[in-house]
Ligand binder design. Structure first.
Ligand SMILES: [Zn+2]
Ligand SMILES: [Zn+2]
Length: 133
């Protein structure tokens, strides 16, 4: 058991799990909302985020958050939300498949570039040490 500050309301609470970020009250209400949304999408696979939000009176932002985290998936055509990068309509996660692909290769490229940069700067500092002698 560990004392933590709730990310939602800031109150101190006893966390049973290291991953727990919300107090009992906030955590429960968010879980309850999640279950409702999941059930609604299950019953109405062609619904849109706006439908869910209006029917259940749950903030669109929260539903989008779950979709982006991949906890929810929309099924209906045209019922998605925009990819964060190119605005094409997606139904789960943060990016469409093509952006996800492009980004993972871009990420690899920038990781390589970073590595090369570090190599250069360590060489330079070593070179500096030598000349300073
Ligand atoms: Zn709380
Ligand atoms: Zn995209």
């Amino acid at each position: 058991m560990k004392l933590k500050n709730c990310k939602e309301c800031g109150r101190m609470f006893q966390a049973n799990l290291a991953s727990q970020k919300l107090c009992q009250r906030c955590g429960e209400s968010e879980d309850n909302k999640f279950l409702k949304v999941r059930e609604y999408i299950y019953d109405n696979p062609r619904c849109s985020v706006v439908d869910v939000s209006n029917t259940l009176e749950i903030e669109e932002e929260l539903i989008l958050k779950w979709l982006r985290e991949g906890r929810l998936t929309l099924k209906g055509e045209g019922s998605g939300y925009p990819c964060e990068r190119c605005e094409s309509i997606i139904q789960t996660g943060r990016f469409c498949a093509s952006c996800a692909n492009k980004m993972s290769s871009a990420l690899q490229a920038s990781a390589e570039a970073l590595k090369n940069d570090q190599d250069v700067s360590t060489k330079q500092s070593q070179a500096g040490m030598w000349t300073a002698k």
